[in-house]
Design a protein around this ligand. Structure first.
Ligand code: SF4
Ligand code: SF4
Length: 366
């Protein structure tokens, strides 16, 4: 039996479509797992993104990325990454077929990157239909209402992030803003971060598979409280230096990084405990201020390195003047000089008194 190139490619790509996502398409494996494992297809849509969140996900160590993609995330629960533009083996028409097949089932939608609404969405096209590019806005309008739940991964998908920064010519929006404007009420979980931490994504995916969106408690900004509850400032190893008023004045200095623009006092995430790159390090361990990448205001109107106004920082009881440069030599103003004069006078009187006492004593001896 001859096999045409197209049907060979189709069969191969179906098997590995989206990085082995098709392992469960194998009829024998399907039979073996039937009834035991529930598969949830995942469609990963990359909109106005740098792919940093995808790269971060590939760094997942426990579980490893191949376990997330190929094994059961939870006993009896398997995700099939039906479409992921960065890691899937299939491309072109075959890749789009994988997406369209997945959307016929109960699927989870993951959005990476901001929704680029400017120029009728033409800033970001994913695949083609009848020779014309399909915009990410069109994909989202079609997929979002049908999805079981949506995960917005990274700061850009959550709140607009860097693409939405000042000027914003591409009309970048966060997914929540877009869904609201379109009147789409599908449950949405925001996982902000530049990039998203792999554990935040895998933990959210597992919680969704286990109990659905209602199982995840979110804060006012749509973030799971299990990852974004604590203030970085309250768990920072440099907090003691902040409380003592010991601040770095320039990069490379010792001390708390507040004056170099650290947003730890207004940023919520578990970075100090979880750290990055498999728990090796994190921003402040590397002597760089926290840039507040998990907050809706990121990347901030002025500059990421602009210090926060002191009123946004909760001062300790004995709060040092944080804008005093403690390394400057003492300024001997007239006030200091007068004080020094008084102190000198007192000391002089004491010495003279002792001298006088000694003289009278000497006289008595005589
Ligand atoms: S301001 Fe930043 S560096 Fe300083 S204690 Fe707070 S979180 Fe740590
Ligand atoms: S420390 Fe701050 S800037 Fe760094 S990853 Fe965590 S939230 Fe983002």
């Amino acid at each position: 039996m001859s096999v045409s190139r197209r049907s060979f490619l189709k069969t191969s790509a179906a098997g590995v479509a989206a990085l082995g996502l098709g392992v469960f398409d194998n009829p024998m494996l399907k039979k073996a797992f039937a009834g035991a494992v529930q598969e949830t297809p995942v469609i990963w849509l990359a909109a106005g993104a740098c792919s940093g969140c995808s790269v971060s996900l590939l760094n997942s160590l426990a579980p490893r990325i191949e376990e997330v993609l190929l094994d059961q995330v939870l006993p009896g629960k398997h995700t099939g990454f039906a479409f992921h533009p960065t890691v899937m083996a299939a491309s072109g028409e075959l890749a789009m077929e994988a997406m369209h097949a997945a959307e016929q089932r109960q699927f989870l939608l993951v959005v990476e990157g901001a929704v680029l609404t400017g120029f009728d969405g033409r800033c970001c096209e994913i695949g083609e239909r009848q020779g014309h590019g399909v915009t990410s806005v069109e994909h989202l309008r079609r997929l979002a209402p049908k999805a079981k739940a949506i995960i917005a991964v990274g700061s850009c998908a959550s709140y607009g992030g860097v693409p939405k920064a000042n000027m914003n010519p591409s009309g970048a929006q966060g997914v929540a803003e877009f869904l609201k404007a379109e009147g789409i009420a599908t449950p949405l979980i925001n996982l902000p971060g530049c990039a998203v931490h792999p554990d935040w994504f895998v933990g959210t995916l597992a919680a969704l598979l286990l109990g659905g969106p209602k199982a995840i408690e979110v804060d006012a900004d749509g973030r799971p409280r299990m990852f974004y509850r604590k203030l970085i400032h309250d768990n920072c190893p440099l907090r003691g230096q902040f409380d003592q008023g010991r601040f770095a004045q320039k990069f490379g200095d010792e001390g708390c990084l507040y004056k170099l623009g650290c947003k730890g006092p207004v940023t919520r995430s578990n970075c100090p405990e979880k750290k990055w790159n498999g728990g090796v390090s994190w921003c402040i361990d590397n002597r760089h201020p926290c840039q507040g990448c998990t907050e809706p205001d990121y990347p901030y109107a002025d500059s990421m390195w602009q210090p926060l106004p002191p009123k946004t920082v909760t001062p300790p009881a004995a709060y040092p003047p944080i804008f005093t440069d403690r390394r400057k030599p003492v300024d001997l103003t007239p006030g200091y000089a007068a004080l020094a004069g008084i102190a000198g006078g007192v000391m002089g009187a004491k010495v003279l008194g002792k001298k006088k006492e000694r003289t009278q004593d000497d006289e008595r001896k005589d």
